[in-house]
Design a protein around this ligand. Structure first.
Ligand SMILES: Nc1ncnc2c1ncn2[C@@H]1O[C@H](COP(=O)(O)OP(=O)(O)O)[C@@H](O)[C@H]1O
Ligand SMILES: [Mg+2]
Length: 405
């Protein structure tokens, strides 16, 4: 049984560059691929489900620029968007949640189908489903009225059977750290969770300093390991209403040490800090998604980034996108954490590493990073096709591990 809840498998239909895909995820999954191959599109599909459930389908679509932006386009083909997530819980229960959406015009959403099935011990299921806004299988004990274009899971979360699924999905968080946002003056907040761009870094750091000195020390040490000049970090109030992160640097003598506000620090340093705060924030996401954590960081720091990701993936599921060979070269990463993302003919394929590349890696002839550098990190496209041919948003409900269908 897993130590924490996590996504076992994702099915996607017609989402951005993904016509169809089935992807298995582990505690840590690293998506590697060229620019424009569809890495961000895949992780955005997860955030999209989160936004649909936590906010509304309409807002989630609008935030992404309307249906024209999110549905797979190839010639005139435009099928409905379907996404299914299979989630394993520490109890051994398995939730299988699928949605299919279509639209009228660019912004009016229609939920064609929604289904949630939770497999319990002993082959029992809790389940509800709707088609075109009408319950096919109701939610025991409640009779919510679902507006067209809305999902029922929020209402269902009032019933204890579906609370964990809802809580898991709304706690998926995806980070793209923006250095200028990390360094700008910030209004103080509670700092329990880092915002997606890092724009409440000071509050999160203060929260850690006040309530979790171990993690605060760890963040400080890791910043120091990447930026050796830094002797300490802290939070500096600013004009009564704002605060910002402060970096202390050693001078030639202790009296000559200096402090800098975050705005004076390099982009790479701010990115590292944002990354570390995402990893060690007080309330961890259910799935911590980090896009290109190594961007603009010195290659030598890639090892710190990777070891932190491995550390976090012992407490929560971690998913990253990268095109950095350095991140892939970390010795302790096993080759089955990688998914090679490639786009051909307008379609994104997401595949395990090919048997050939695995062999080369296991024989220590090349590391994954070296293969990536020479453009030889092979994708097992046959396996990917086999998996994605089985895409089925409302297929037979997933079973508990070890329980036969
Ligand atoms: N609605 C869509 N239909 C088909 N392809 C799309 C759609 N939206 C984006 N794309 C493709 O996805 C690409 C961007 O993919 P992205 O996931 O951002 O790449 P990366 O791997 O660099 O993160 C674009 O270049 C475009 O070709
Ligand atoms: Mg990207």
């Amino acid at each position: 049984m897993p130590a924490f809840p996590k996504i076992r498998e994702v099915h996607i239909r017609n989402y951005k560059s993904i016509e169809q895909a089935v992807v298995r995820l582990g505690d840590l999954t690293v998506l590697v691929g060229a620019n424009g191959s569809g890495k961000s599109n895949f992780v955005d599909a997860l955030s999209f489900v989160r936004d649909c459930v936590a906010d509304s389908v309409e807002q989630a679509v609008a935030r992404r620029g309307g249906y024209a932006a999110i549905t797979w386009r190839h010639g005139s083909s435009r099928g409905p968007v379907g996404i299914r997530l299979v989630i394993d819980f520490p109890t051994g229960d398995v939730a299988d949640y699928g949605i299919e959406l279509t639209h009228e015009g660019d912004f009016r959403s229609l939920v064609v189908e929604e289904r949630c099935v939770v497999a319990r011990a002993g082959g029992q299921f809790d389940r509800f489903s709707l088609k075109n806004g009408v319950f096919i299988e109701g939610i025991a004990g409640i009779r919510p009225q679902i507006e067209p274009g809305h999902l029922a899971l929020f209402a269902a979360s009032a019933a204890p059977e579906y609370r964990d699924v809802y809580a898991f999905l709304v706690a998926i968080r995806s980070y793209g750290i923006v250095p200028e946002k990390v360094s700008e003056l910030q209004a103080p907040g509670v700092g329990l969770q880092l915002l997606p761009d890092g724009s409440n870094a000071a509050s999160v750091l203060r929260r850690l300093e006040d309530t979790d000195s171990d993690r605060f020390e760890r963040v400080t040490e890791l910043v120091q390991s990447v930026v050796p000049d830094v002797t300490g970090i802290g939070i500096e109030p600013f004009g009564g209403q704002f605060e910002t992160v402060r970096f202390d640097e050693a001078g030639p003598t202790p009296e000559l040490s200096v402090s800098f506000m975050a705005a004076s620090m390099s982009e790479g340093t701010l990115r590292v800090l944002g990354f570390l705060l995402a990893a060690y924030q007080p309330v961890l996401p259910s799935v911590l998604v980090i896009e290109e954590p190594e961007a603009n960081i010195h290659p030598a720091a890639a090892e710190v980034v990777t070891s932190v990701l491995m550390d976090v993936s012992r407490r929560s599921q971690v998913l990253i996108t990268t095109h950095s060979p350095e991140v892939l070269d970390y010795d302790d990463l096993s080759d089955d954490v990688f998914r090679v993302v490639a786009k051909a003919d307008g379609r994104t394929a997401i595949a395990p590493i090919s048997a050939g590349s695995r062999e080369v890696i296991r024989d220590h002839l090349y590391s994954p990073g070296e293969l990536l550098r020479i453009n030889e990190l092979g994708a097992d496209l046959v396996a990917a096709k086999q998996l994605s041919d089985g895409v089925d948003v409302f297929g037979p409900p997933a079973r508990r591990i070890g329980e036969a269908a």
